[in-house]
Design a binder for this molecule. Structure first.
Ligand code: NAI
Length: 360
């Protein structure tokens, strides 16, 4: 396998590009930061229009993982890896093993896991070449119920800030995307008494979730701008651009999708319109917190407490944003950066939540 160091990302600690023409493997591992601990982040297997698009995806997503772990108070850093699925000679199992060899070169500075396009079985193939992989079938299991639970806690904290009560009964919530997280979220919100509208490009999936939760199905292109209290993007990234934000009718955006905003300026537009946006990397941390079971030796109880703490984190961010008249997005970024700065200063601890990990 040929491995090259990508030098076009000065904000990242290390980015490796691996190629093995024999099995059509092109993979990228991006380590954004190990200031707080080993860089964690899933392995995305996806078809990209260009190699640069794959690199850009890895760079963007690995930075988001750093922010997510820092705000969640985890002793973990941010990384991400991608495998390009649309090379002419692509052989999946061999490409996954090649990816394992690329990860192994980093000696534990990056730990892979499941992501869009990969499964626990795929993690087993990577595991044949490196121990630095989570998300195995025998591990902590599917993170999406934890992610959904964390989003509910974030919604409750938002409701408390906006309406003086964290009770979601009677609140109207629109969910975009009825996949793993969206499906769990719909069930939790229905149990809490929320009124739901749901949408998915896969109409049958939307109907299944709607039937199970007493929700109304809406067209995917209308759901974000529907007349509700909270919208919850739980599909792919980039759901909110300036034009969509101008048409939003909800008072808050609280969802699971990674990279919901198409550019930082969208956070400002939301703030100007008085719409509370809970940053994705804060609201969707439940999944990576559940991974702390495998990665940091946390007990199931510690994981549950970690997910519950998302509520306190969101309350603190929204309170600071209101007091300082800044967007929650910028307050959360500053919080993450402060924790990273403290970790980088010798003799200081990154925060009270820091735990010991066997992988440090
Ligand atoms: P999934 O693949 O199970 O579900 C996504 C759903 O969105 C699918 O049903 C798909 O048909 C639908 N969809 C795609 N484009 C759509 C559109 N334009 N309108 C409506 N529906 C659309 O993915 P999963 O695991 O539920 O994740 C959802 C989002 O949350 C992703 O962005 C993921 O990166 C993010 N996330 C997931 C975590 C997890 O624990 N699974 C953890 C943190 C973030």
């Amino acid at each position: 396998m040929e491995v090259t160091e990508y030098r076009g990302a000065p904000g990242h600690e290390q980015v490796l590009v691996g190629e093995d023409p024999a099995c059509g493997y092109v993979g990228i591992v991006a380590v954004h930061s190990t200031a707080l601990g080993p860089a964690v982040g899933g392995t995305r297997l996806w078809s990209y229009p260009t190699r640069q698009a794959a690199v850009d995806d890895a760079l963007r997503l690995s930075r988001a993982m750093t922010l997510k772990c820092a705000v969640a108070g985890l002793p973990l850093g941010g990384g991400k890896s991608v495998i390009v699925a649309n090379t002419p000679a692509f052989r999946r199992d061999d490409a996954l093993r090649a990816h394992g060899r690329l990860i192994e070169r980093l000696g534990g500075r990056y730990v892979a896991g499941e992501d869009v396009g990969t499964t626990p079985d795929d993690m087993e193939r990577i595991r044949e070449e490196t121990v630095h992989v989570g998300g195995l079938a025998a591990g902590a299991g599917d993170p999406s119920p934890y992610t959904a639970q964390g989003v509910v806690r974030a919604m409750q904290a938002t409701a408390a800030q906006l309406w003086g009560s964290d009770d979601l009964a009677g609140r109207r919530v629109a969910i975009q995307g009825c996949g793993s997280v969206g499906g769990h979220l719909a069930r939790l919100l229905a149990a809490a008494g929320a009124e739901l509208v749901v949408a998915d490009v896969d109409d049958a999936r939307a109907r299944r979730v709607a039937d199970a939760c007493g929700a109304r199905v809406m067209a995917p292109e209308e759901v974000l701008t529907s007349d509700v209290d909270i919208v919850s993007p739980c599909a792919l990234g980039g759901a909110l651009d300036e034009e969509t934000v101008a048409r939003l009718r909800a008072r808050a955006v609280v969802g699971a999708a990674n990279e919901q905003l198409r550019g930082e300026s969208v956070a400002e537009r939301l703030h100007e319109r008085g719409i509370v946006y809970v940053p994705d990397f804060v609201a969707n941390a439940g999944g990576v917190i559940s991974g702390a079971q495998d990665l940091c030796g946390w007990t199931p109880g510690e994981v549950r407490e970690g997910v519950e703490r998302i509520s306190d984190t969101v309350r603190a961010i929204l309170a600071a944003a209101a007091a300082e008249e800044r967007s929650p997005h910028h307050v959360a970024l500053a919080l993450a950066e402060e924790r990273l700065r403290r970790a980088a200063r010798p003799g200081t601890s990154p925060g009270p939540e820091r735990q010991t990990t066997s992988m440090e």
